[in-house]
Design a protein around this ligand. Structure first.
Ligand code: DGJ
Length: 772
């Protein structure tokens, strides 16, 4: 006891000596306390000390944490109870000291509210709106309070900064750390959270969002997407009214299919390409997500984005932490064009695998053969790939399975051995033959899945997600493997590793994923005594572990992310993939609209567009539409007539001459096909010396002239001189613009140029070149 009193006395002396310099009333207490025989002095001091703690806490200096990019600022600030709130989001102020004055401008005090702007809203204590986090402690208590503890800002390089903020529950031993990674030049923020359990036993995480943002504007316009197989990425815009609107998926694997994790919010009025305040956001997670948009009673917008809490309570063991996926966003006060260019630059420079690199043009055999091929037929197609000049031949589904041959989508999935009657000499032979024909060779896999009619299912039924007591429900005759299980992760890794090891010259992988998670039950979790509610999360974590391992061994091999069309695309997965398949629907008319929408979020280099026979539209139209991304073919080249063949050869050569601008240039959407009979998109080089403009007729009514007026270009230099020529002209037809006329950039951006799109010229590509 004496030791404790003497320890306390020493600490108290120290604190009081320090504080008494500024707090005069403590001096007498200090003097009394230094008298070793005075216990009354110690009591008096303790009383004054506690009172002063409360006083200090009330008047503690607010902590202000700016999260800034070149153009924007998110300002976080503690309140007098030391809770962290968002006091500003938007265009950066030129004088940072003025952020302190922001809160004074709002009259939002209300005994029932005033807490809407929390930076990571807890539940079970003071909060009565949608929480960002909801947990149950080891003792069953479900309350959480989060107070600011500390923060740290670390400049990673000239462009990148990471700020972490530690929040702590003053009663229960739980820490939450908020992370904000910023890329200044691109105005992109990546936000995620870790939750650390310092309690003695496991806690349950019911909701564990990645990010919680707050905006104070007058009106909010949310654009989100819906879709299904063959009609992905249909936009819908809602004016957000009071209450909650959520977008989410519970499909487990193919998160992008019905409701992608991407969205845009315009503030005050709908943003246009060049005007308005707009946020483009995405949860970078390839599984179930939920994004809540709650307009509160002060008309603020609370945004909470994270893993979908649906059936996903996660048990967090003592001393462990849980890291959420990232929420990625960019904000622009100059409209959608700038916002999406920000995202493109960020993706190319920092996120998409090999974003700054090159891509392979290809000929795929899916629509040309479906499952009906053998090695001779394939080898005969290689010549076509070489003839039109693409870089690679891609062998699609149907090459594997012996006991249960993969001759239809009903059998063989999971048995990754070459089918001996179709490919008697194996994949190695095809790689060699392709090389001899002058093209590279790539391959399709769907490694997360299994047909019940397969040897894999027969041998490892415990690796399959299925309800042990119920009949199996299939999606495309298949089931999903249990990627929560490390053995299954090894198996999936092994499929690719074996193929690459045996065929080191293999140049490309198309990674498909055709089924949603029905029958959500993991035999592995059960065996490990872990809750089934971890399945949806552990599945995606398992997938990322496999991809991580693959990328460690095969860092650069190009891989296409495909999911029964465009069922899976997000910046979680795109760290491992070089490109994605937007949709099986390759009708160019449909693709104009889809590719337009995808272009808000993903750069053209990542968007695979193939020329196929899906539609009967003219080959030129199909080709021109495919060119506005990463171009490929899925046709039988031998079936092309002489003119189409000549055109295709020339088209591949033309594409090679302009692909650098499409892949790494700046995208300007000039004319919106949803509001006009025409779509027009332009890519320009960073130095503004070179540009390409794609123009497509989207309304084929009688006498339609899509361009009665010129189209004003963007992204050029007003002071430079340019020529404009039509490229990719079909043999026997004539260009519709004069290639020798020299225009100023000022003219082209103020008056514009007319590509002369009409029923006789349904697609027109123009190339702009600087004249020196
Ligand atoms: C779905 C993909 O989207 C198609 O391109 C094709 O690869 C098939 N799967 C093969 O089964």
């Amino acid at each position: 006891m004496n030791n404790i009193i003497s320890g306390l006395r020493q600490k108290a002396c120290f604190v009081i000596k320090k504080s008494s310099a500024v707090l005069l009333p403590y001096r007498s207490a200090t003097q009394e306390l230094t008298n070793k025989h005075s216990t009354a002095g110690l009591k008096k001091w303790l009383f004054i000390f506690l009172a002063s703690c409360l006083w200090l806490q009330n008047f503690a200096q607010q902590v202000t944490i700016p999260i800034e990019t070149a153009g924007n600022a998110l300002i976080l600030q503690t309140d007098k109870l030391n809770r962290l709130g968002i006091v500003y989001f938007g265009k950066k102020l030129s004088d940072a000291t003025e952020y302190a004055a922001i809160t004074k401008q709002y009259n939002t005090q209300d005994d029932n509210a005033g807490i809407y702007n929390n930076a990571y809203t807890p539940s079970g204590t003071w909060n009565l709106v949608e929480p960002a986090i909801q947990i149950t402690h080891a003792d069953g208590n479900a309350s959480l309070e989060l107070k600011y503890i500390s923060h740290n800002t670390n400049r990673i390089d000239d462009n990148t900064t990471l700020t972490s903020i530690v929040l702590r529950d003053p009663v229960y031993a739980v820490d939450v750390t908020l992370f904000y990674k910023t890329w200044a030049k691109e105005n992109v923020v990546e936000q995620w959270t870790t939750i650390k359990n310092n309690e003695k036993k496991a806690i349950q995480l019911q909701k564990y969002a990645s990010a919680n943002l707050y905006f104070m504007k007058n009106n909010y316009y949310l654009t989100h997407y819906n879709g299904g197989w063959g009609h992905e990425m249909n936009p819908e815009t809602d004016v957000l009214s009071h209450g909650i609107k959520s977008i989410d998926t519970k499909l487990g694997t193919r998160a992008n299919l019905f409701e992608p994790p991407t969205f845009m919010v315009s503030f005050n009025k709908p943003a246009t390409e060049d005007e308005g305040n707009v946020l483009l956001g995405q949860l970078a997670w390839s599984g179930n997500f939920k994004i809540d948009f709650e307009v509160d009673s002060h008309n603020g917008l609370r945004l909470i984005a994270g893993i979908n809490p649906y059936a996903s309570a996660y048990s967090l063991a003592a001393a462990k932490d849980f890291q959420t996926p990232s929420f990625i966003y960019t904000f622009s006060s100059n409209g959608l064009g700038e916002a999406s260019r920000n995202l493109h630059h960020w993706a190319i420079n920092y996120r998409l695998l090999d974003g700054k690199g090159q891509r392979l043009t290809l000929l795929n055999n899916w629509e040309a053969t479906y499952f009906g091929f053998d090695e001779n037929k394939l080898a005969s197609l290689f010549k076509g790939a070489k003839d039109i000049g693409v870089d690679m031949f891609l062998l699609d589904d149907g090459w594997f399975g012996n006991k249960h041959p993969r001759n239809a989508d009903t059998a063989g999935l999971g048995d990754w051995q070459e089918n001996v009657s179709k490919l008697p000499h194996g994949l190695g032979y095809l790689v060699k033959e392709a090389k001899a024909a002058g093209v590279k060779f790539g391959i399709w896999v769907e490694p997360e899945m299994v047909n019940p009619k397969s040897e894999l299912y027969e041998k490892h039924i415990d690796w399959v997600l299925r309800q042990p007591e119920r009949p199996e429900t299939y999606f495309r005759n298949q089931l999903v493997l249990d990627l929560a299980n490390p053995e299954v992760q090894n198996f999936v890794y092994g499929i690719l590793d074996t193929i690459f090891t045996k065929n080191p010259e293999l140049a490309f992988v198309k990674w498909d994923c055709n089924a949603v998670i029905y029958n959500a039950y993991s035999a592995y979790l059960q065996k490990q005594n872990l809750p089934q509610s971890q399945l949806y999360v552990d599945y995606v974590k398992g997938l990322y572990k496999v991809l991580e391992r693959l990328r460690a061994k095969y860092p650069t091999i190009p891989m296409m992310l495909c999911s029964g069309g465009g069922g899976r695309v997000d910046y979680g997965a795109l760290q491992y993939f070089t490109e994605f398949w937007p949709s099986d629907n390759t009708d160019p008319m449909e693709r104009i609209f889809m590719q337009w929408e995808y272009s808000y979020f993903y750069p053209a280099i990542a968007t695979c567009n193939h020329i196929t026979d899906w539609s009967k539209r003219p080959l030129k139209f199909r080709t021109d539409v495919a060119m506005m991304g990463k171009m490929g073919y899925d046709i039988v080249v031998n079936n092309l007539d002489a003119k189409d063949l000549q055109f295709s050869k020339q088209a591949v050569a033309t594409y090679n001459s302009i692909k650098e601008i499409i892949w790494h240039g700046d995208l300007y959407r000039l004319v919106n096909p949803k509001e006009n009979p025409l779509a027009s998109l332009m890519f320009s080089s960073a130095d503004k010396s070179h540009a390409v403009i794609f123009n497509y007729l989207v309304n084929d009514r009688y006498m339609m002239t899509a361009t009665p007026t010129p189209i004003a270009l963007k992204g050029l230099d007003a002071n430079k001189k340019y020529t404009v020529k039509e490229i990719n002209v079909y043999p026997g037809t004539f260009p519709g613009v004069n290639p020798t006329k020299v225009y100023s950039g000022d003219f082209l951006m103020t008056v514009g140029i007319n590509p002369n799109v009409n029923l006789g010229r349904t697609s027109v590509i123009l190339e702009v070149n600087e004249v020196k």
